[in-house]
Design a protein around this ligand. Structure first.
Ligand SMILES: Nc1ncnc2c1ncn2[C@@H]1O[C@H](COP(=O)(O)OP(=O)(O)OP(=O)(O)O)[C@@H](O)[C@H]1O
Ligand SMILES: [Mg+2]
Length: 226
């Protein structure tokens, strides 16, 4: 079995004018290809920071992070952008939809970045929106959608380009039980593939059953793996 993500002694310090916060304190973690790993732990323990470093959104201060054998930290910025655009889908804790784009246009963004023509991208976006139960709402703008609907648009956007790594920050926080189970079934179906991996940060015990392993974080460390 190959390795999708390898973190060794990963450290991240936020250094603001007021104070230094050690958000990751020597994290060691391996995620296998084909694996769905959940990441749990108290608020502020470093979960969002860890997945942001894994996805190349933030740079660590020290330690190694490899994604499919590649070290994003040492990649040229152009190659890194390209790598992220093709290989990674990210569902942000705050959704981060673009307010001036409708649902289908938001979901199209990763395809357009990857050179897919606008009409084709829209068709594919609508298909993924159908799979998250929002096919009828593809023309709606984020401010016309409920929190749970916006969250499902964000999930569709993370899946549409079939990335090898899907990273989700609390993907079911705004969803009722049924929508949460539907989204998890979809994520599992799309992501759990022999050369892909899925990392999900969650507090939602209703979805723990979908995990292959659960990593517990506290105070910038992985403290337990089950
Ligand atoms: N941009 C930043 N500048 C300074 N400190 C930050 C920044 N982002 C996060 N932190 C701090 O780093 C620590 C880890 O934050 P992080 O967002 O990774 O936690 P989390 O586990 O995702 O929490 P939550 O469950 O509330 O989302 C916290 O103490 C937080 O205050
Ligand atoms: Mg967080």
């Amino acid at each position: 079995m190959g390795i999708a993500v390898r973190c060794e002694n990963l450290t991240k310090i936020y250094d603001t004018s007021e104070q230094k916060v050690v958000a990751l304190n020597s994290v060691n973690l391996k995620i296998n290809l084909g694996e769905l790993m959940m990441l749990v732990g108290p608020s502020g323990c470093g979960k969002t920071t860890l997945i942001s470093v894994i996805a190349g959104i933030l740079d660590q201060n020290s330690g190694l992070c490899e994604l499919f054998g590649e070290n994003l930290l040492t990649m040229k910025s152009k190659d890194k952008l390209q790598f992220r655009a093709t290989q990674i889908g990210f569902v942000f804790q705050a959704f981060n939809l673009l307010p001036s784009l409708n649902a289908a246009e938001n979901v199209s963004v990763p395809l357009i970045i990857n050179g897919v023509k606008r009409d084709t991208a829209k068709q594919q976006a609508i298909e993924v929106l159908e799979r998250v139960g929002l096919g009828e709402r593809w023309k709606s703008y984020p401010n016309q959608l409920s929190g749970g609907q916006q969250q499902r648009v964000a999930i569709a956007r993370a899946l549409v380009h079939s990335p090898r790594l899907i990273v989700c920050d609390e993907p079911t926080s705004a969803l009722d039980h049924t929508s949460g189970q539907n989204v998890m079934n979809l994520l599992k179906e799309v992501a759990v593939h022999k050369d892909r991996a899925l990392v999900i940060v969650t507090h939602d015990a209703r979805i723990f059953e979908f995990a292959d392993r659960i990593a517990e974080m506290d105070d910038g460390h992985i403290v337990n793996m089950r």
